[in-house]
Write a protein that binds this ligand. Structure first.
Ligand SMILES: Cc1cc2nc3c(=O)[nH]c(=O)nc-3n(C[C@H](O)[C@H](O)[C@H](O)COP(=O)(O)OP(=O)(O)OC[C@H]3O[C@@H](n4cnc5c(N)ncnc54)[C@H](O)[C@@H]3O)c2cc1C
Length: 386
């Protein structure tokens, strides 16, 4: 049975994450957004709190909290700043959780402590210029060479790519094998032939780093291969099961932030000689946001519970991701409405919430892809390819 009551420990962790967010993240969010500044000092503070790799076992430097507790942390950080929440989602869910699940003992020992402590950042290199939703159709190639592999190709839209010490690179070893030929490599970014380029002028997530990666004959030893050749697609999908959950939890934070900002504003702003909170049409907007927030949080909690119980959860995670990301876009849009003209400039966080929420229905599988996963689950028919 799902229990919605927080344990004392979960409540303490939630309060600590809330205080940390209000003290350290919120005051810097607007300037980092304005200046397109990837705030590595703040990333280190987040790491020092144990929020990178929170679900990683303690023996590798993590905090070993369960998935529901992880969602409480991510929700708070997402309320403060989605750019910083993206750092947590990528490092913890896409990179660390993949290494925990698929890495060899040596790979775990080499990378996890550095990633959890913030000494190294990691990025997740799946998407390519010509390959997004159809993730099995990778053009990046890995060829066997003496004692290792030579990787060539390009990756697009890679979060934290310019600042990472480690890149998880997904590459095709045999195009005829399609997804069965994909392998995942742990590539140190200082390897010869590896280079990155910054991507700027994003609609939102301006305080987050986004990169294009080039791999020009990058040579890595056999020990860089994670899992077996052919495991790459499964590794990517299992990473996304954790990543989508993290994105969804962050979006609950955006929704909550919209509610908090809108309630405060509605009580303080007067028109027609009374607070706008007293108008029924304004309360309707607030009520809609509250319902979206609660529904999204409940779906995230259910997916987290399934993960903690070790039960299958891919569909439930997609449901949570689809609902929470669309809810965040809706809530942010409504929150601007509640704020009137003041919501259209960055004196209040709501316009940033909208710009930052917008990417969440795109990355880690678009809303259409989530619907196809859910549709496949209820019909048994795979409509991803018509
Ligand atoms: C800021 C940012 C950060 C990102 N970070 C990362 C990262 O760290 N690592 C990484 O690997 N990737 C990352 N991405 C990439 C992201 O995951 C992709 O953009 C996303 O998967 C969509 O791929 P695409 O952009 O190629 O769109 P496409 O796949 O070309 O899709 C275009 C449109 O077609 C629709 N569509 C595609 N196929 C179907 C179908 N079968 N049925 C119905 N509709 C379909 C899509 O839903 C979408 O509406 C990031 C993207 C952004 C913008």
């Amino acid at each position: 049975m799902i229990d919605f009551e927080l344990t004392d420990e979960q409540r303490l962790i939630q309060e600590t994450a809330r205080d940390f967010t209000d003290r350290e993240i919120v005051p810097r969010a607007r300037d980092n957004d304005r200046n397109e500044h990837f705030d590595t000092e703040l990333v280190q503070k987040i790491a020092d709190m144990g929020y990178l790799g929170a679900i990683v076992p303690e023996e590798y430097g993590g905090r070993e909290v369960d998935y529901r507790t992880y969602a409480l942390i991510v929700e708070e950080i997402g309320r403060g700043c989605s750019a910083m929440r993206t750092v947590v989602s990528v490092v913890t869910s896409l990179v660390c959780s993949s290494i925990v699940r698929w890495g060899s003992e040596e790979q775990k020992q080499e990378w996890l402590p550095q990633l959890c402590s913030g000494e190294a950042l990691g990025c997740f290199g799946l998407t390519e210029p010509d390959t997004g939703s159809d993730a099995s159709n990778l053009k990046t190639r890995a060829e066997r060479v003496n004692g290792g592999w030579r990787i060539s190709g390009g990756k697009m839209w890679i979060s934290l790519g310019n600042y990472s010490k480690l890149a998880l690179v997904f590459a095709q070893t045999d195009p005829e094998e399609r997804h069965r030929g994909i392998a995942c490599f742990l590539v140190p970014t200082d390897t010869d032939g590896f280079s990155t380029q910054e991507i700027h002028h994003k609609l939102g997530l301006r305080g987050s780093d986004t990169a294009e990666l080039s791999l020009d004959g990058v040579e890595v030893p056999d020990s860089a291969l994670m899992g077996e050749v052919g495991d790459g697609f499964k590794i990517a999908m299992s990473a996304l099961d954790s990543g989508r959950y993290s994105v969804a939890a962050g979006c609950v934070g955006i929704c909550q932030g919209c509610v908090d900002a809108s309630v405060a504003y509605a009580k303080e702003r007067t028109q027609f000689d009374r607070p706008i909170a007293s108008f029924q049409l304004v309360q309707e907007m607030l009520a809609e946001m509250v319902v979206e927030t609660e529904a999204a949080r409940g779906l995230v909690w259910r997916a987290g519970w399934l993960k903690d119980e070790g039960k299958p959860n891919t569909t439930e995670t997609s449901i949570a991701k689809l609902y929470a990301t669309e809810a965040a876009v809706k809530c942010a849009n409504t929150a601007i409405q509640v704020h009137g003209g003041s919501g259209y400039v960055d004196d209040y966080p709501v316009e940033r919430y909208l710009r930052d929420a917008r990417v969440t229905t795109l990355y880690e599988g678009t809303s259409q892809i989530q619907k196809l996963i859910i549709g496949r689950s209820v019909t048994g028919v795979n409509a991803l390819v018509p």
